[in-house]
Design a binder for this molecule. Structure first.
Ligand SMILES: Nc1nc2c(ncn2[C@@H]2O[C@H](COP(=O)(O)OP(=O)(O)OP(=O)(O)O)[C@@H](O)[C@H]2O)c(=O)[nH]1
Ligand SMILES: [Mg+2]
Length: 217
């Protein structure tokens, strides 16, 4: 039997699910919005971030993971998140909501400023344990995603692809995107070899992703 490259992650066991639920839904708080590298909080705990194109659903995913309606601000307008937003989960983890890359409805100098910050962050954060790279299931991996993957590879930051908005697609359509994503990932050694399929709207994949975060050491 040949194993599919980049399979969808298997369901975690009950213990792992419970650890994830406990970490992500009980003690999460907004810490601060950061606009420059010198504003980052001390790198004194495990950190995970959520990166992806504008409007892919980063902030919505943080809300779903934490079980809060609006701990992270979301919007239909690409470019809602313009700062690096830090959340604490207990005193052991930071969750980081990043500004999107690619198209944004904001003035160009403003966008360029936050894109520079985003790149500096992704290439220079010592305690960043994993970057979750969100990919919209309707669109698959785009050139700008590949650019970010390259940056993460260069910085030796492990990234794991999280497919978003699964509720908007049929299973056949999902399979089509999955094939495209798998082909795109084959060129990136820093890619974690399992995918997570999610819907922040319907809750699919959310307990699994919580367990993955809680299981990082
Ligand atoms: N149907 C559906 N819509 C979603 C899902 N996740 C996010 N959305 C919608 O997608 C839009 C963008 O969501 P955000 O969470 O603000 O996206 P973002 O990646 O944080 O965007 P920026 O901060 O602008 O980079 C919003 O209208 C959300 O309601 C999902 O799982 N299913
Ligand atoms: Mg956002």
């Amino acid at each position: 039997m040949t194993t599919l490259p980049f399979p969808i992650v298997e369901d975690p066991d009950a213990l792992a699910l419970e650890a994830g639920r406990k970490l992500l839904t009980s003690e999460v708080e907004f810490l601060k919005g950061v606009v420059a590298m010198d504003g980052l909080p001390p790198a004194d705990r495990l950190e995970v971030c959520f990166a992806g194109r504008s409007n892919v659903g980063k902030s919505s995913l943080i809300n779903a993971l934490t079980g809060r309606r609006a701990i992270a601000r979301t919007s239909n307008t690409p470019g809602r998140t313009q700062e690096i937003n830090y959340f604490t989960a207990g005193d052991s983890h930071y969750l980081v909501d990043l500004p999107g890359y690619g198209f944004a409805k904001a003035p160009l100098p403003v966008v360029e400023k936050w894109q520079r910050l985003l790149k500096a962050y992704l290439s220079g954060r010592a305690n960043l344990r994993r970057a979750f790279l969100l990919v919209d299931m309707r669109h698959g991996v785009k050139d700008v995603d590949a650019e970010i993957m390259k940056l993460l590879n260069q910085s030796a930051v492990t990234f794991q692809v999280v497919l978003t908005k699964a509720d908007k697609l049929s299973t056949a359509e999902q399979d089509k995107t999955l094939a495209q994503v798998r082909a795109a990932l084959a060129k990136h050694p820093a890619a974690y070899p399992e995918l997570v399929v999610t819907s922040s709207e319907k809750g699919a994949g959310i307990p699994t992703l919580r367990a993955i975060i809680a299981g990082l050491t």
